[in-house]
Design a protein around this ligand. Structure first.
Ligand code: GCW
Length: 679
């Protein structure tokens, strides 16, 4: 049985006897210098992996012998000039090298780095090579993360609930902390370190000010102490009115000296407890959260005041750009850009502006946010959502890596052709100092962490893409399947196909052709294209799809809301023309006649129906692929996925039928004959 608790660190014994012998011969023990907590973690991981994967206990060696693994940081004398100084320089604080080398004429595998955390990352990478059976005879690996801050954002509330969480309650047992420290926290840290995640924001961006009280800070410290050996820094979401709520001040105005003093004292208190505290994440003047605009100040004033308080300790502020309440009559898509673009260059060096991948809100498909590339004098970080708020919760199999990849590969044209979003967040075009990527966590206290066994792959992908935003989803899926399930090609090929197609499948049965935000009101589960009663215009589904007797879609062209003009000219022109706008974003940018001729020759209406029907068909194909794979894995995970795919199929049918029948009340056109079938 396998309950999924071990995630991709699933060290089950290699079945292939030849390979097993080969690995056991090539790696018969390890030699380690140093004994920090981080190196101990590396050593423990190696032991655990060897006993699981190879069925052996590796020898701990006192000197370097043939076929051993050497773990040593830069300055260890045993290395004897193996690696050039300039190679170390390139590694920075977190990079590592894995190389087959000869030391004192002994053949061994060297894992080296400037720091202990680099060694730990190297060890996880090395274990991955064994898990995925990809150890070559001559290893020459250099890995350096491309982004500084690689973060999970937990939307966890202090009462244990999780906003938009679908895998149980919060992992953080606030009532037990700091005295009782759940062992599970260590496994959480191991999993993050294994993919290079080095930052965790523990609490919801809709923040309860209590998180900054002394008693909570002591709990936070206990977690920070557990995570530290794994290179995982703790950050907190803070409420802008904390000085009022906790400090009893009459105002939270960022320019008020008492407010400034309050935050400085709070920073000192935090850093006394947690010397390597990462910093603050802030949702301000967004969806009812307080912020600097309440005092007539700007986002920059607010962010800079907090940044000033953290600067002394090298802490950072991650200030979210998710705002849309300034003027409900203005196209919501315009608002983040209009609020933040004018502030470019005004943020302090230790501020990052954290931007959601698209201009609305984590939809199954959105164009990239035009802020990427538009603020060359500001550190911009990416915010993706791992939890499937709008993508079927933890009940639908959706591999999100392809969604992330699509955004990262999008061309902003900020510096001409090839200026991808990935390049922007890697800081290639800006004077800014910091880089980062955050994923809104899908982790809860359910035994398998994420609810759906495949949802684990989304946590994994976020880590891999934060380490290197240019990694392909194909290779991420390949590694994840091998590590989590099996190295058998007959399993890998169909499962990889399912994963790589799954996001498009979901787009098809939920929101094809650029449709968006037509989910059920508030819960965002299931269809609700008819919702017209919500309090704010931009909470009504009908606001987004604009269906009428003529056609469907939101006109954001130069003659509509003009959102296209927030993009660089080449992109603007592509989106602006109905001829060149990619069809998968057509209804995002255009109000299109039901009879409009699509590239396939179909009318828009027929094409839309086709997508909805295809979506359901593709879920059924996933089911039949999966059903053939029973013999490759344990019953527990096999059955769980099987049952979830059944649910997904049922919900896909509900999505399809609801949307097609609802939109038909506008188009008044028949469902194409070849699609109609008895259910
Ligand atoms: O889309 C919305 C979610 C809210 C969330 C918000 C945000 C944390 O529905 O639940 O609040 O995004 O990103 O701030």
């Amino acid at each position: 049985a396998n309950d999924g608790y071990d995630l991709w660190l699933n060290y089950i014994k290699i079945e292939n006897k030849t390979l097993l012998d080969k690995y056991n011969k090539a790696f018969n023990g390890y030699y380690i210098t140093g004994n920090s907590e981080t190196l101990k973690a590396a050593e423990n991981e190696l032991k655990r992996a060897f006993s699981g994967l190879l069925g052996t206990k590796p020898k701990v060696l006192n000197s370097i012998t043939n076929n051993c693994i050497v773990l040593a940081t830069k300055n260890e004398s045993v290395l004897n000039g193996q690696i050039y100084a300039k190679d170390y320089e390139a590694l920075g604080k977190e990079g590592f090298i894995i190389r087959s080398v000869k030391i004192n004429s002994k053949t061994c595998t060297l894992i080296t780095a400037n720091t202990d955390i680099g060694i730990l990352y190297g060890v996880f990478h090395f274990i991955k090579l064994i898990q995925t059976q990809q150890i070559s005879n001559k290893l020459t690996i250099t890995e350096i993360p491309k982004l500084d801050i690689r973060a999970l954002n937990h939307w966890d509330n202090l009462d244990g609930s999780i906003e938009r969480g679908y895998a149980g309650n919060s992992l953080w047992k606030w009532d037990e902390l700091p005295n009782t420290v759940d062992k599970r926290y260590i496994d959480y840290a191991r999993a993050n370190a294994s993919v290079g995640i080095n930052a965790t924001v523990l609490n919801n961006v809709n923040s309860n000010p209590k998180i900054l009280t002394k008693s909570y800070l002591e709990k936070v410290k206990a977690l920070a102490d557990v995570f530290r050996p794994y290179g995982l820094k703790v950050y907190l979401s803070v409420s802008f009115t904390s000085p009022i709520k906790l400090g009893g001040l009459p105002t939270a105005d960022p320019l008020n000296p008492q407010v400034i003093d309050w935050w400085e004292a709070k920073a000192e208190e935090i850093y006394t407890l947690i010397p390597d505290f990462g910093g603050f994440l802030v949702k301000a003047n967004s969806e009812g959260q307080p912020g600097p605009q309440d005092y007539g100040r700007t986002h920059a004033d607010g962010a800079n005041m907090l940044a000033q308080a953290l600067e002394l300790y090298k802490g950072v502020v991650m200030w979210r750009a998710f705002v849309y309440n300034s003027d409900p009559e203005e196209d919501r898509v315009l608002q983040a850009y209009n609020s933040f673009k004018p502030l470019d260059g005004q943020f302090k060096d230790n501020v990052l502006v954290q931007i959601k991948n698209g201009p609305i809100d984590f939809q199954p498909r959105e164009p990239f946010s035009p802020l990427f590339g538009a603020m060359p004098n500001t550190s911009l970080m990416m915010e993706f959502q791992i939890t499937q708020e709008y993508l079927g919760f933890s009940n639908h199999l959706v591999f999100l890596s392809t969604l992330y990849e699509e955004t990262l590969d999008s061309d902003t044209y900020a510096k001409g052709k090839g200026s991808t979003v990935a390049n922007v967040i890697e800081g290639k075009y800006s004077s800014n100092k910091l880089t980062g990527m955050a994923g809104v966590s899908n982790i809860g206290n359910s035994r398998n962490w994420c609810g759906h066994p495949f949802a684990q792959s989304n946590w994994y992908s976020l880590g891999r893409l934060a380490w290197n935003p240019e990694t392909s989803s194909e290779s991420i899926a390949d590694d994840w399947i091998r590590m989590t399930f099996s190295n058998d090609k007959e399993f890998i090929v169909p499962v990889k196909k399912m994963m790589l197609e799954s996001r498009e499948t979901t787009v098809d049965y939920m929101t094809p052709l650029g449709l968006n935000h037509i989910m059920a009101y508030d819960t965002h589960r299931g269809p609700g294209p008819w919702v017209d009663t919500a309090a704010q215009p931009n909470w009504k589904s009908t606001y987004y799809h604009r269906a009428d007797s003529i056609g469907i879609g939101f006109d954001r062209t130069t003659s509509g809301s003009n959102a296209v003009s927030q993009y660089y000219p080449a992109v603007r022109d592509t989106f602006n023309s109905i001829e060149t706008c990619p069809e998968n974003l057509l209804l995002w940018f255009h109000h299109v006649s039901w009879k409009h001729k699509m590239k396939s020759g179909n009318t828009l209406w027929d094409e839309m129906c086709q997508h909805y029907y295809n979506g359901v068909d593709k879920v059924r194909k996933m089911q039949s692929s999966w059903n053939k794979l029973k013999s490759f894995i344990d019953d527990e995970r096999f059955n769980k996925v099987k049952q979830l795919l059944e649910e997904q199929q049922e919900e896909a049918v509900i999505w399809r039928n609801s949307c097609v029948l609802y939109f038909q009340t506008f188009s008044k056109m028949p469902i194409p004959g070849e699609l109609e079938r008895p259910e």
